[in-house]
Design a protein around this ligand. Structure first.
Ligand code: TRP
Length: 455
């Protein structure tokens, strides 16, 4: 196989880049919002089980494919199963990267605007209605959301064009520690508010009667989204790993850190939510409308607000560069286009998607497809269709197509590191994960509802 391929420079770089890819708005925005709307601690419990049963095996499988094939997500299947249709997993992934980037960049752009706004205008004295109206006015505009989105795309472009080692790895090594520092300070602030106990109970004291199939399915979807699985991103990152990287250990570390950050996301949001008497079920608004409310009532509100939105922006950028990289690596390797030009093409492509998604809160609000705005359509198609579909196929591929000897040799670095529970991993990958993910997939498409309706 190609020995000259770029790799990340160090084990720490590998870990931080992968953690940077996984940790993002999914942990700080989506996780608290899902937990809030899905029964609190019961959701957390089910989520952790999904992460262990599905997340870890799929993550190991993606890293395996990437490092073994040393190619982008489409090329990897051409190397491992030449002349077959398995590369459909890769095409699904590249398309998903454009789609996720399309709406993720819009949210990321908003964080930039919130940083500027919090830095320049006083938050004191504003009411909940003010924040809500301001959000409406801002997000439905043209100039500000579009400019902020494009600005964020520009920053990602700059990092990705600088290369795997000098761009992505270096940015992750600088940004992830900053992210953790701000997050922990913010969590301490939230956890020491009066009334925090109620938030902790909501987060950690499960009411088992709340567990139902819909919570299980939401938790599975969240596990996929949060670990960036099912679209070949971890295949692409795995392809930059060195021969010495311990894939099992790296997968477990990434999973533990990602899950820990989601829990911190909960600790950040819920004590404050209960302290200020806000509904934990607020949904999508939780971060962009509810939290400014909370921040405004703290002493030095502007400092806290700027800090908080920098945290979100940093979390977002290490994920957007990963999304950018999936498509860039594909163009660069499969079409032999220079890395610079590949990055540029991807930037143009995601800009088109993102601008349309940004405008779908305003002038394109009425332009709906299947009753969804463009933003909602991208979100729906990726999280609910493409990621579960890709994840399921990845498991079927590794479970059925890959020779066990090759699998074991790659996962143990040719016998030099241990791989614990190999047989369990194979069993889960071959049977448990595809069936479970298949069930989620069918449910999300509403097929189970059709079943219930028919019988
Ligand atoms: N995991 C990211 C988050 O939690 C979101 C995400 C999903 C993602 N799929 C991805 C990021 C692929 C990068 C690449 O915010």
């Amino acid at each position: 196989m190609n020995q000259q391929r770029t790799t990340f420079g160090s084990q720490l770089g590998i870990l931080l880049a992968s953690v940077g890819c996984a940790v993002g708005l999914g942990n700080i925005w989506r996780f608290p919002y899902m937990l809030g709307t899905n029964g609190g601690a019961a959701f957390l419990l089910v989520y952790v089980i999904c992460i262990l049963m599905l997340g870890v095996p799929v993550l190991i499988s993606e890293f395996f494919i990437g490092r073994y094939a040393k190619r982008n997500t489409v090329g990897a299947f051409a190397v491992m199963a030449p002349g077959t249709k398995w590369s459909i997993i890769g095409y699904n992934g590249v398309l998903a990267a454009f789609f996720i980037a399309g709406f993720y960049y819009v949210l990321s752009g908003w964080t930039l605007d919130y940083i500027f706004t919090s830095a320049t205008t006083s938050l004191e004295g504003k009411t909940a209605a003010d924040f809500s109206n301001e959000f409406e006015a801002f997000s439905s505009g043209i100039f500000r959301p579009v400019i902020c989105t494009l600005l964020f795309i520009g920053i990602s472009h700059y990092i990705v064009v600088s290369g795997v080692k000098n761009g992505i790895e270096r940015a992750s090594k600088i940004l992830m520690p900053i992210f953790f520092l701000i997050l922990i300070v913010m969590c301490i602030r939230s956890a020491t508010l009066s009334g925090a106990g109620e938030g902790f109970r909501f987060l950690f004291q499960p009411d088992f009667s709340k567990i139902n199939s819909s919570i299980v399915l939401s938790a599975t979807g969240q596990a996929f989204f949060s670990l960036s699985l099912g679209m070949g991103c971890m295949i692409t990152y795995g392809s930059y790993f060195g021969a010495k990287t311990n894939l099992q250990k790296t997968s477990i570390h990434v999973t533990l850190i990602d899950t820990f950050v989601s829990i911190l996301g909960g600790i950040l949001v819920f004590p404050a939510v209960f302290h200020f008497g806000i509904e934990p079920t607020a949904g999508v608004e939780l971060v962009f409308i509810t939290l400014p409310n909370i921040l405004a009532q703290l002493p030095f509100s502007n400092v806290w607000a700027v800090t908080f939105f920098i945290l979100l922006a940093v979390a977002a950028i290490t994920s957007t560069i990963a999304l950018h990289e999936v498509a860039t690596a594909y163009l660069h390797e499969e079409f032999k286009i220079s890395r610079k030009l590949s990055t540029f093409y991807v930037t143009i492509g995601v800009s088109v998607f993102s601008v349309l998604a940004a405008l779908s809160f305003g002038i394109l609000k009425e332009a709906t497809i299947f009753g969804l705005t463009f933003f909602e359509l991208l979100d729906y198609l990726t999280a609910k269709v493409m990621l579960p579909f890709g994840g399921m196929l990845i498991c079927i591929f590794v479970g059925n197509r890959v020779d066990r000897k090759i699998l074991k040799a790659e996962l143990t670095n040719k016998g030099s590191v241990p791989f614990y529970f190999f047989n369990t991993y194979c069993f889960v990958t071959k049977y448990v994960a595809p069936i479970a993910i298949g069930a989620v997939f069918l449910n999300e498409l509403g097929l189970f509802k059709l079943f219930n309706f028919l019988f």
